[in-house]
Design a protein around this ligand. Structure first.
Ligand SMILES: *Cc1c(COP(=O)(O)O)cnc(C)c1O
Ligand SMILES: [Zn+2]
Length: 500
């Protein structure tokens, strides 16, 4: 749609202009720091940072109806910079001008209703938001779009020359970081640190393909994270983990889109989110709070955070009575929800701060954490897939989490859930294959159910000539091959003859 065809009152706001008053807030000492620098911890006390807009209240001067109409109309405006997470620029990172925005096709992922049979089996109506349809095939692209747009802005405005970006990753952060950095024509060189053997081959191929420097370290994610933290304390590097608060802002777009996809009515909804480093759940809570405070949505949905029993520090924390909770990292054990296999989540202090605000604002219990076992994760993933929804293992974790929340009565069958399928199923296909072949028992404690396993069936044609690349069959040989193969498949499928 051409700019001139939009309603008069929206025309001046269609393309967002820089505004707001962004700053880094320290969660420990409360000091505020200027946004035009790369900070990952508070320079005064080392505390974790959140980015906030000191002029946020100005957004409230417009009625919620204005923002709803603006965001909905922006979906029809063919302007690259706002096609992704910057549709919501005013709520996300209002300081970033559109010229610096990096857009690779992230965001606005489909929201898909679960087929009726599957909803019946699970016991509630639910939707899946397919974050695997982002450019590097996970939701991490949302955060990278914001972080790299900001970095792009700093490189331009401050003439930084070349920046070296680093991140530790369970596989998807590195894929996203490498791709977004590669799009900047050499100003940002990315390097990624991976726990050796703890990312899938597909995930490993991604930063390699994007030309990043890839380092494999012994240990699990938490160990690689410590090395990256040391690098960012001691050396001139840009940190692209979700400790970088610009990433959290980008990931808020998930919440904004869910609101938009339900026409801004989230009262009877339940958002189910897998938790690893707790960046994503932080972003979801923060985004929903912002939309609620500006009356863009009229109520806050329930939130169900899900962890595997093998990487459950957040669950263990919230299970304690609220007056006397204490936090302790856990030593993780292998989990098929490998992208969330984190024992000491970096964003934990952000999560507790936001979850408390969320509950206070909702005025009722609205934030829950459940844990699920490995078998339920795999079986939920396979169940979804067998009902037309291709979800990753973390999507399976969400479905397992919804079932656990229903069983515990935290969610009722009259509510509608939204599962965050955080990555593309194909990134984690090796877990499916291992399940089919019964290879998940030793490391993951998962016993395969034969009725869920599947494998290719050979069509055996004996010694007859068969086709192949560069092999030319005679007409007669081809006819014999086709009829023998068709006959064998018809028997296997129990097909009935048309003639009868
Ligand atoms: C990173 C990731 C998670 C965990 O998100 P956090 O922000 O670390 O809590 C879950 N699923 C996938 C596919 C991921 O890549
Ligand atoms: Zn501080």
């Amino acid at each position: 749609m051409l700019p001139n065809d939009f309603p008069e009152d929206l025309k001046p706001r269609l393309a967002p202009t820089p505004g707001g008053d962004m700053g880094y807030d320290c969660l420990s000492c409360g000091r505020r720091h200027a946004p035009d620098q790369l900070l990952y911890t508070c320079p005064d006390c080392g505390g974790l940072l959140m980015l906030t807009d000191a002029k946020f209240d100005e957004l409230k001067r417009k009625p919620g109806q204005f923002w709803r109409r603006l965001f909905d109309h922006r979906l029809m405006l063919n302007l690259q910079a706002i096609r992704g997470v910057f549709t919501f620029q005013e709520f996300l990172a209002p300081n970033i001008p559109l010229v610096d925005v990096v857009y690779l096709g992230e965001g606005h992922t489909p929201l898909i209703a679960a087929p009726r049979e599957l909803a019946k089996t699970v016991g509630a109506h639910f939707f899946v938001k397919t974050e695997g349809q982002n450019p590097s095939a996970s939701f991490k692209d949302r955060g990278m779009a914001a972080a790299l747009s900001m970095l792009n802005n700093l490189v331009r405005v401050k003439n930084l020359g070349q920046v070296v970006a680093v991140c530790a990753s369970t596989g998807d952060t590195s894929a996203a970081a490498a791709l977004y950095a590669a799009s900047l024509g050499g100003s940002v060189k990315s390097s990624v640190l991976l726990p050796k053997g703890r990312v899938t081959p597909q995930q490993l191929s991604q930063p390699l393909g994007a030309g990043a420097a890839v380092f494999e370290l012994p240990g699990v994610f938490d160990d690689a994270m410590r090395v990256v933290e040391r690098l960012s304390e001691k050396y001139q590097v840009a940190l692209l983990n979700s400790k970088n608060p610009w990433r959290v802002l980008g990931q808020e777009s998930y919440a904004y889109e869910v609101a938009q996809q339900f026409d801004y009515s989230l009262r009877d909804k339940v958002l189910v989110v897998p938790v690893g480093n707790a960046g994503n759940i932080t972003a979801v809570l923060s985004g929903l709070l912002k939309f609620f405070r500006a009356s863009v949505i009229d109520g806050l949905p329930k939130i169900v955070a899900v962890q595997s029993k093998r990487a459950n520090p957040v669950f263990l924390y919230y299970r304690q009575p609220s007056a006397s909770r204490s936090y302790a990292p856990v030593t993780v054990r292998p989990s098929v929800a490998q992208a969330a296999m984190i024992g000491d989540p970096v964003s934990f202090p952000r999560l507790t701060a936001l979850a408390a605000q969320y509950e206070a604002t909702a005025g009722a219990p609205a934030f829950f954490v459940v844990e699920v076992d490995e078998t339920s994760i795999m079986e939920s993933m396979l169940l979804a897939n067998r009902n037309g929804l291709a979800v990753c293992t973390q999507g399976g974790e969400c479905l397992a989490g919804l079932r656990a929340a229903l069983a515990e009565g935290l969610v009722t069958p009259s509510e509608t859930a939204v599962l965050d399928s955080t990555a593309h199923a194909l990134k984690f296909v090796d877990f499916q294959n291992a399940y089919f072949e019964g290879r998940l028992l030793d490391d993951y404690g998962i016993k395969s159910r034969p009725e869920l396993a599947n494998k290719p069936r050979p069509v055996n044609l004996g010694a007859a000539p068969v086709p192949g690349p560069g092999v030319a069959l005679s007409a007669e040989e081809r006819e014999r091959f086709v009829s023998a193969a068709a006959a064998q498949i018809a028997v296997a499928l129990g097909l009935e003859d048309k003639a009868r």
